[in-house]
Design a protein around this ligand. Sequence first.
Ligand code: MLT
Length: 328
Amino acid sequence: MSKLAEVEVVLSHSERLPVVDVWLIIDILRATTVMTSWFEAGGGDLYPSESVEEALNLAASLKKDGQTPVLMGERNAIAPEGFDLGNSPLDITRDLVSRHSCAVMATTNGTKALLKAASTGRPVFAACARNAFAALNTALSRGSRIGIFCSGRKGRPAWDDTLCAGLFISRLKDYFPETRCSDSARLALLAWRGASENALPGNASVSVASVESSRFEYSVRTADHAVFLKKIGFGDDIAFASRVDATDVVPELHEQPEGDGMRAVMRPSHGEAHAILQKDLLDSPAVIKPRAAPLEGKLSDNQDGSYVFFAGKEYEKWHGNKRGPDER
Ligand code: MLT
């Protein structure tokens, strides 16, 4: 297929939105990862809400209608008062899903970004590292001007979401080298390409996809929000959210009439239905490209799990001749 794709990237939900054919909303830590996990586990309708108050009211009204909603989400990464769950994808089990007919969700950035994209009237899908390939295929089946909407963090760009957008764009360019990128799309692409070159090399006997996954997680762990999540005990969410292409489930936003307005609701679509990109490239053995002349220096892992790269002799200055983590 010689479709020329064009990619726009929005780096946080505070930005003005460009005109595109289709939106992929990314909040890998953790809103779109949670949404994807909900449908992976067989979940019913999921209602994204703008605020905690709106979510509480909607859950109460659904219960009055005989529904059994699970109320989930976060403020500062933990469950708000009155919610059944926080926002950890590891809490989304088949047992949980079997006990609830639907879900209501309110998060700091992810659900806001989703609802903002919904207001454009274009198709909107929840994307993350776990459904990367399927989400990209689904978007390509709906148009050639693709908007990748990074939810960001508190109205500012987030490394984890930007990195994931870069992974999407890098794959798109692997298949469609002429893909046109906006400035912000180029920034995201550079973020991923730079990070994946300096991350630990993958083991050449495994596939491209698994090398991508390990490099992706390595870099995601350095994100502000990842460091914060690890600090408050959600470190396992990061590994889970960083598993690239773990599922074909792609949540899609629909609008249903409610009173004299419309209500946003997420339902699953399945990426394999739109096989525009073929997975052969990703399943092929990884050819670990020689990195650009590797920076002289060493990685130092801090107590909070973040990493600092010391170029040249800086490392000795800071740490004497302590062995770096890659020298153990
Ligand atoms: C967000 O909306 O930014 C995330 O849901 C935050 C989180 O889950 O910690």
